[in-house]
Design a protein around this ligand. Sequence first.
Ligand code: NAD
Ligand code: GLY
Length: 368
Amino acid sequence: MTTTIAVSGAGFRPYDVVVGDGLLAELGARVAPLARGRTVVVSDETVAAIHGQAALDSLRAAGLTAELVAVPAGEGSKSFAELERVIDRLLAAGLDRTDLIVALGGGVVGDLAGLAAALFMRGIDFVQVPTTLLAQVDSSVGGKTAIDTPRGKNLVGAFHQPRLVLADIAVLKTLPARQLRSGWAEVLKHGLICDAAFFDWLAGDGAAGATGDAEALHRAVVRSVEIKSAIVGEDEKEAGRRALLNLGHTFGHAIEAELGFDEEVMTHGEAVALGCALAFRYSASRGLCDAAEAARAEAGLAAAGLPTRLDHIGPFSAERLLARMAGDKKAEGGRLTLILAHGVGEAFVEKGADADAVLAFLKSEGAV
Ligand code: NAD
Ligand code: GLY
C-alpha cells in the first residue's frame, strides 16, 4: 500500500510525501522526472552500508548518474567540516543548479544534505529518503535544515523544502529497536498536540508500531505527516503555530544538554517523551489541564517504554535545567516559551512563562 500526502503552503513549491513499503526500489523512477541527469546520494556510513547500493542501483536503472558520499554516522556530522566535504564532493561530481541531491538517512543526514542543497549554487533541489522513524515523521518534512556549532545544536541552517519525500516503511526493519522507539516518541507527540483519537490508538491497538509492526507504522507515519504538513503549510517559518511541534522539546532539550547529548544515556526521542510528560504535568500543576489528562499522556508514553519521570534518570539541578530552558533558541529575549496543553490533543503556546513556577515544578519532580 502507498499513501501520498501533499505538502503545500504560501511560501514554497508544493511537494509530495509518499509513504509505502519498498519505495527505495522505486527511487530512480520517482526521482527521474525531477532530475536532469546527475544525482549525488548523501548518506551516513551505517545507512550507506545497508541501503546505499539499492539507492544507487535504482537511480542508475532510471538512467541517472549517481554517486554516493557517506559521512560518519551520528550528530557529529552536522558540522561545518562535513558540510564543506559534502559540498566539495558535489563540485567534484560536476553538479550544477539543475541537478539533484538525495538525502538517504536519518535526521542527521537530512539536515546536513538539506543545508548543502540550500547553499550549493545558491540552492538546488533535493529529495529526502528518511531511514529512521524520527526522520520519516518529523525531520524530512517541513524544510528545516541545519548543522550544529560547539555553542549549540541547529544554530546554522536554512529553510529549504525538499522536492519529494519517500518514506519507505521497509527500511525501518534494519533500524535498532531503541531508535524505532525514539521515533515513536515524535509520533505520540503529534497525537498529543492535536489529535486525541490518534494518540489513544497509538497507546492502544497501534502500539505494535513501536516494535516494528509494518501496518501500524504505515498508519502512524501517514497521520504524523498529515499533522506536521498541515502545521508547516500554515506557518513555514515558525512565526506562530509551528512552535506547537516543539512540544516536549524545551524540557527535553535542557535534559539532553545536562546529559551532554550522550545518545547512549538518552536519545533525542527519549528526551522528547520525558519532555512531553513534564509539559503535561506542569500544565496540570498550573491548573491548565486535568491531572487525569497528564496521566493519560504519561500512560501512552510509558506504554512504549519511553521515559516519563525525571527522578528515574538521575539527579538534576533545577536551576541548571531552567537556565538551559531559558537559553533554548526558542526562547525570545531570554523569556521562556513553553508548549503546554489543556488536555491530550489540545496543545498551545505560552510565551513569557513564569520562571519561578517552572523552577518550583522542576523541584517537585525531583530536581534539586
Ligand atoms: P540519526 O540520523 O543520527 O540516525 C540514528 C542512527 O540510526 C544513526 O546511527 C544512523 O546511522 C542509524 N540509521 C539510520 N537509519 C537506519 C536504518 N534504516 N537502519 C539501520 N540504522 C539506521 O538520528 P535521527 O534520530 O534520525 O535524527 C536526529 C537528528 O534529526 C538530530 O540532528 C535533530 O536535530 C534532527 N531533527 C531535525 C528536524 C527538522 O525538522 N529538520 C526535526 C527533528 C530532528
Ligand atoms: N521539528 C520541529 C519542526 O519541524 O518545526
